[in-house]
Design a protein around this ligand. Structure first.
Ligand code: SIN
Ligand code: CO
Length: 384
């Protein structure tokens, strides 16, 4: 992993992390040499017609509403009505539907998996843009087809520099500090908050590898919900040592100390924090429950694996683990592993496919085949 990566302009991942990640933008020419788009404009348009696919159409107009956004599913007829220029179609989570994009996402494994969100694809004809804006997340913008001019500004963006009344965070004023023209295979990394404006110079596809960064509010809400779900109604404020107060209207220091103690006790429980976080962060955004799959017992699973030879991780799943207490998390589910099975956590989380030969030794370890069978029966892994 400390080998230089072409993707990072022949930088070692450590150098990229130390000098650029969350710090400053980086343009990498030819990050993906000879890259051709694994998705066509027609395929993108097709995806937007599907109800379960998250998509948006952003139009720039000259009249009183300069920017409009329409949310998918988008009908085929709508495409026929669109002007020749000045619009962008954006499709979220394309890595779920296009295997090459799932593989592209894997190339970013110098960032922890749980931090990676999805690969979004956008198509724009000439002059198409979503306007100058900032994002709250890091992003790698990969030019997949055609050329696009990217302008960025590393100046701070005041909160009042956004257009009101539209569902997009478009900046009122934007002055570029740097600009580049990206060709297929070029990639631009932007940390959160850096203002950017990409305009298609011709028919153009951009892929965005986006990241997740839960807000503190989300973390606190989710953790509080997790803890609260495990408490009983009998666990409540009690004050058997209550002493007479001078002012009945006062909230005493003793009462406040007791309340703080209730909260501190919860936060002192590392196991509870770890279990909640693993579940929270691996929750799938729009989990697509697969059609009925034929469940297998362990014996049949092993037979099928030997015949089919290759087991794949379902592209719609999120795997992560926490070392030492060896907890495996998949799509918000917690699978505690015994010390003997601890080897399974990195083996299952670091790879996206496994050949039968590769797992031959592990399959003889007690509990491993049973674990794989359970994952298969939940459709977290599948055979090809
Ligand atoms: C785009 O692909 O058009 C927009 C991506 C972005 O600015 O984050
Ligand atoms: Co953006």
């Amino acid at each position: 992993m400390n080998e230089p990566l072409t993707l990072l302009g022949n930088r070692c991942p450590e150098t990229f992390l130390a000098e650029y990640w969350q710090k400053q933008p980086l343009l990498i020419r030819d990050a993906l040499p000879g890259f051709t788009s694994p998705i066509s404009p027609e395929e993108l348009a097709g995806l937007c017609c599907e109800a379960e696919v998250e998509s948006r159409l952003v139009l720039e107009q000259a009249d009183s509403a300069p920017w409009t956004v329409e949310y998918g599913p988008i009908s085929e007829n709508r495409f026929a009505e669109l002007p020749k220029t000045h619009w962008t179609l954006l499709v979220q989570e394309c890595n779920r539907y296009i295997p090459e994009l799932a593989e592209l996402r894997e190339q970013f494994n110098f960032i922890p998996d749980w931090r990676v969100d999805d690969v979004m694809a956008s198509y724009a004809p000439r002059q198409g843009s979503v306007g100058p804006h900032t994002d709250q997340y890091d992003v790698f913008l990969i030019q997949a087809h055609g050329t696009r001019r990217w302008q960025i500004s590393t100046d701070p963006v005041p909160d009042d520099n956004f257009l009101p009344d539209i569902d997009l965070c478009i900046m009122r004023e934007f002055t570029a500090t740097t600009e580049w023209i990206l060709h297929p295979g070029d990639m631009l990394y932007l940390p959160p908050g850096v203002a950017h404006h990409g305009v298609a110079l011709e028919d153009n596809i951009t892929l965005s590898v986006g990241f997740r960064a839960p807000s503190h509010a989300e973390l606190l809400n989710s953790f509080a919900e997790h803890v609260a779900s495990q408490l009983t109604p009998a666990q409540r404020f009690a004050d058997p040592a209550l002493r007479l107060q001078q002012h009945p209207g006062e909230i005493s220091r003793d009462a406040l100390t007791q309340v703080r103690g209730i909260l501190q006790k919860v936060l002192a429980d590392d196991t509870s924090i770890e279990q909640w976080f693993g579940e929270f962060i691996t929750e799938a955004k729009n989990e697509h429950v697969p059609e009925e799959i034929e469940t297998l017992d362990e014996h049949r699973f092993l037979q099928t694996f030997a015949t089919k030879n290759r087991l794949h991780r379902n592209e719609q799943t999120r795997f992560a683990f926490i070392a030492n207490n060896t907890a495996l998390f998949i799509n918000g589910q917690h699978y505690p592993l015994s010390a003997e099975l601890a080897f399974a956590a990195p083996l299952l989380c670091d790879q996206h496919q496994w050949s039968h030969a590769q797992l031959q030794n592990e399959l003889t370890q007690p509990g491993f085949a049973k674990l794989l069978t359970t994952l298969y029966n939940h459709a977290y892994v599948y055979f090809t």
